[in-house]
Design a protein around this ligand. Structure first.
Ligand SMILES: Cc1cc2nc3c(=O)[nH]c(=O)nc-3n(C[C@H](O)[C@H](O)[C@H](O)COP(=O)(O)OP(=O)(O)OC[C@H]3O[C@@H](n4cnc5c(N)ncnc54)[C@H](O)[C@@H]3O)c2cc1C
Length: 445
């Protein structure tokens, strides 16, 4: 029986293990933390689970929704129309309809018209252009002008990338607008993301797989004959194949001296995130999402999750976030200091809605590797799905581009990578005595 090790138990690892197991491969899944789910993990509060980081499903999630169908969970997605707001210089606006745009005074009247017209035409204007080699800043500034770019587009579309947003290829925005068309409808699983993670675990284990948490990979070697993983505990595990879902910097840290030179050479920086979850006794404005611009806050957006997921024990869940580098001062700050400052800033943003007495609980979460910052022309240097000359394949967020990082795109990449692995495995078993190089060349051809 073919064996495979999956490194990492976020959605990429879970989706890969699920597919491999169903294809008859004996899988060992290794997750460093005590919980499966990666960025989609949750904690228990008052008998219900709550995600650490806000997550929702989109109707356009073409890879995730079929996976949920296989798990019998597609019907559990609660679809709801949601709305968007904007907070500019401390003033709050609804931002959903043409009337909202006409009334949006932070932009002059002519700019409001320009914003509306360009936004309607943007997808069409991008067709046929080499957007992978055009900076977002150059493309959008040309279409919308400097003021709309700075005032609206950076906060609305670029908060994940910080000051680097303008340099990211325009293809990213073009693709994102495609995913978010008809954005008003969003979905959330009735049993929370925990239900998806549990469903995946059960389905993976049903194939005879070994799913292990608190199993941190500390060393990895891979060649044309197989893979060997060493855990932090010292235990060694070997297999025919491995799929790594670890962020590239982590993979480089664990790769041995023979494997390291074969790994992708692209030097990618990652944005992390600081994300604070408030349990509030009162509702804010009722918008699922509101970018916060020039309003004296350290956070860039407010997500009223309860508008989608429902209240929690009578409380409203509100997430606020700022994407930043893991070395930044904010990321390194203490939970207590961030909680205190961001509570004051939230109260100052919604003085007519909440007072300090309405804040029942505050939790601070952070993640170091969330969003790779794609350089111009990234398609040409994007890591390939397999490491040539080895039996190691990659299914990471660096490969989802130009799709947006999400459970959907990770599920898509995991499926593609597993198909590749299975094809190579069929070739191995059919032509086992041919040299590895010849088989790889044949496959590439
Ligand atoms: C604030 C925020 C909001 C988001 N909102 C949405 C949303 O609304 N919808 C959506 O679809 N997506 C959303 N995302 C994006 C989504 O969460 C990610 O794209 C996705 O979870 C990436 O999955 P992954 O498995 O590739 O990585 P991860 O989830 O990061 O999983 C990697 C796993 O590898 C493990 N690991 C690391 N090192 C080791 C090691 N040495 N040994 C073993 N295991 C290791 C980690 O513990 C982790 O569990 C959001 C993300 C954030 C942070």
């Amino acid at each position: 029986m073919t064996t495979a090790i999956v490194l990492g138990g976020g959605i990429s690892g879970l989706a890969a293990a699920h597919r491999l197991g169903r294809a008859g491969v004996r899988v060992t899944l290794l997750e460093a933390s005590p919980q499966l789910g990666g960025l989609g993990t949750f904690f228990a509060r008052e008998g219900r689970s709550v995600e650490r980081f806000y997550h929702c499903v989109m109707p356009t999630d073409e890879h995730l929704l079929p996976l949920l169908e296989e798990l019998g969970l597609r019907e559990s997605i609660m679809w709801k129309p949601t709305t968007m707001g904007m907070v500019v210089e401390g003033k709050r606006y609804p931002f959903n309809t043409a009337i909202d745009l006409i009334r949006f005074t932070p932009l002059s009247f002519l700019r409001r018209i320009r914003f509306g017209v360009m936004s309607l035409l943007l997808r069409r204007l991008g067709r046929g252009k080499d957007l992978d080699n055009i900076r977002i800043g150059d493309w959008l500034r040309g279409l919308y002008g400097d003021v709309i770019w700075k005032r609206m587009l950076i906060p609305m579309l670029g908060s994940k990338f910080g000051a680097r947003f303008g340099d990211v290829p325009a293809l990213y925005v073009w693709q994102r607008l495609g995913r978010e068309k008809n954005v008003a409808t969003r979905g959330y699983p009735a049993g929370g993301y925990e239900s998806i993670i549990d469903g995946l675990r059960a389905s993976i284990e049903a194939t005879g797989a070994d799913v292990r948490t608190e199993a941190k990979v500390s060393a990895l070697s891979a060649d044309g004959a197989g893979v060997r993983v060493t855990l932090a505990s010292g235990e060694e595990i070997t297999a025919d194949w491995a799929v790594s879902t670890l962020p590239l910097p982590t993979l480089r840290d664990v790769a041995d001296d023979t494997l390291a030179p074969k790994l992708p050479t692209v030097s990618l920086e990652y944005q992390g995130v600081v994300n604070v979850l408030f349990f509030l006794r009162k509702r804010l404005d009722g918008h699922y999402w509101a970018p916060v611009i020039d309003s004296g806050t350290e956070f860039d957006g407010v997500i009223e999750m309860s508008e989608l997921s429902g209240q929690h024990d009578g409380l409203h869940l509100v997430y606020v976030m700022h994407y930043c580098n893991r070395e930044s001062e904010l990321f390194q700050d203490t939970d207590e200091a961030i909680a205190q400052r961001w509570t004051e800033q939230l109260l100052a943003t919604y003085p007519d809605r909440i007072t300090a007495d309405d804040v029942a609980e505050v939790r601070v979460f952070r993640a170091p590797f969330v969003e790779p910052i794609y350089p111009l022309g990234y398609s040409a240097v994007q890591p390939a799905d397999e490491i040539t000359g080895t039996r190691l394949l990659l299914a990471t967020t660096t490969q989802v581009y130009p799709e947006v990082t999400s459970w959907n795109s990770s599920t898509g990449v995991a499926g593609r990578v597993v198909d590749r692995l299975l094809a190579r495995d069929r070739d191995r078993t059919a032509g086992g005595n041919r040299p590895e190089k010849a088989r790889t060349e044949e496959l590439s051809a």
